[in-house]
Ligand binder design. Sequence first.
Ligand code: H2B
Length: 101
Amino acid sequence: MIQKLTSEARATQLSHLDGWQVASGRDAIQRQFQFADFNEAFGFMTRVAIKAQEMDHHPEWFNVYNKVDITLSTHEVNGVTERDIAMARFIDGIAKPAQHE
Ligand code: H2B
C-alpha cells in the first residue's frame, strides 16, 4: 500500500508547490483557483478530470462560477501521498494563466 508522507516530507513538498496549503483538521492539501469566467474554470476542470481518470486519482473540488477549490488526499490511506503531490504539480502546470487567492 502507498505510504502517507510524513509531516516533514509533506512540508518540503508543499514548499515547492505554488499556493497549496495543508487543509485544516485533516491530512490533505488545498488550493483555490480563480479564472476569468465559468468557461475557463470548467475547461480547467475538464483537463484535471481527464488526468484524474488516467492516474486513477481524483480530486475533491467545489466550483462556483469562476472559482474552483481543490482538496487532494489519498483516501486509501487517509492522508497526503506522492500521488497528491503529482496531481498538484499537474494542476499547477495547466493552471498557469489562473490566479489563486
Ligand atoms: N482518488 C483519491 N484521491 N484517493 C484514492 O485513494 C483513490 C482515488 N482511490 N481514486 C481510487 C480512485 C480507488 O478508489 C479506485 C478503486 O482505484
